[in-house]
Design a protein around this ligand. Structure first.
Ligand code: UDP
Length: 313
């Protein structure tokens, strides 16, 4: 089997490359390295079944040879990144999805779109089932990401219905683990970086807003199961263990005995969702999947990875 992964050098994409290689696939990793890093896949460089193609999928690509799976993961994905690259974010969600779907169509390949819980915006239904249409501000700062992913879902379903393309849509909730960028602005790597440097942990607002964090290994297992399923409707993938951001900051601090860091409150970003928690009924019923790694264990593994990175660099 040959798989093409866009965004393959990113946080999620690189773990997916590892999984597909482990499953015996040949992997074409397509990435323009805007927010991804070649370092994330450096360990695969000598593998005969792995190729890194530096290319922006917002422009057309005609890969040589047959493709069996297309997994479209390319996009700036943290608020800091997509606010820095708003037009690239809109382009990769629209034109990039069009080109990725085109590659799948030309090759009669199975297609999987990495969508996001951001399609639910600042949700008024809690937890969020896939049937909820969301509460998104199209012209707010997060609109560039939210709307590009909503468009990407619509385009994917159009290819499924009109071209009978074999598609899947994963709605991915907050995920964390090794290979996140410490400067991507997300809560978990930001707090870990601040604790490592002995700086204050910057909690936005009063920290009462909630998120539900899923460890990377669980998410990749869910993606793999979805890829091998016949579910064409969107499927939520995440961990329903909902926590306030203040609690996450305190938990991370708790892993650093004797650190000089404390918690400092900063202003809340515009349109920051107040709550976020996946309803996993569909994932459980159709994929037999649910997350297994608890927050303590996952944070421990992630912190250990960042500590090792700090020592080696
Ligand atoms: N957050 C925070 N301090 C930071 C970074 C993020 O309090 O230094 C908050 C942010 O306002 C949000 C939550 O943590 O409420 C999760 O933010 P993240 O960027 O990780 O993900 P997203 O907002 O996309 O869910």
């Amino acid at each position: 089997m040959r798989a093409l992964i866009t965004g393959g050098a990113g946080f999620l994409g690189s773990h997916l490359c590892d999984r597909l290689i482990a499953e015996g696939c040949e992997v074409l990793c397509v990435d323009n390295l805007l927010t991804g890093k070649a370092d994330n896949v450096a360990h695969l460089k000598g593998n005969a079944r792995f190729t890194l193609i530096q290319h922006d999928i917002s422009t057309p690509l005609e890969p040589a040879g047959p493709i069996d799976y297309v997994l479209h993961f390319a996009s700036p994905a943290s608020p800091v990144d997509y606010l820095k690259y708003p037009i690239q974010t809109l382009k990769v969600g629209s034109l990039g999805t069009l080109h990725a779907l085109g590659i799948a169509k030309a090759n009669h390949a199975k297609f999987l779109l990495a969508s996001t819980s951001e399609v639910y915006g600042d949700p008024q239904v809690h937890p969020q089932p896939e049937s909820y249409w969301g509460h998104v501000n199209p012209v707010g700062p997060r609109g560039v990401y939210d709307e590009s992913k909503r468009f990407a879902e619509a385009l994917t379903m159009a290819y499924h219905h009109e071209h009978r393309l074999d598609t899947r849509i994963a709605r991915i909730f907050n995920c964390y683990g090794p290979r996140m960028r410490m400067d991507d602005g997300r809560a978990v790597p930001t707090f870990i970086g601040q604790a490592l440097r002995g700086e204050p942990l910057t909690v936005y607002g009063d920290g009462a807003q909630t998120r539900s964090f899923c460890y990377i290994d669980d998410l990749i297992e869910g993606i793999w199961r979805l890829m091998n399923s016949d579910v064409h409707e969107p499927v939520n993938l995440g961990n329903p263990d909902e926590r306030s951001i203040l609690e996450i900051a305190k938990k991370i601090l708790g892993h650093f005995n004797g650190t000089a860091s404390r918690i400092e409150f900063r202003s809340l970003p515009v349109d920051d969702p107040k709550q976020r928690c996946p309803d996993l009924a569909r994932a459980k019923a159709s994929l037999g999947w649910q997350p297994r790694v608890g927050l303590e264990e996952g944070l421990g593994r992630t912190i250990a990875w960042f500590q090792q990175l700090a020592v080696s660099s």
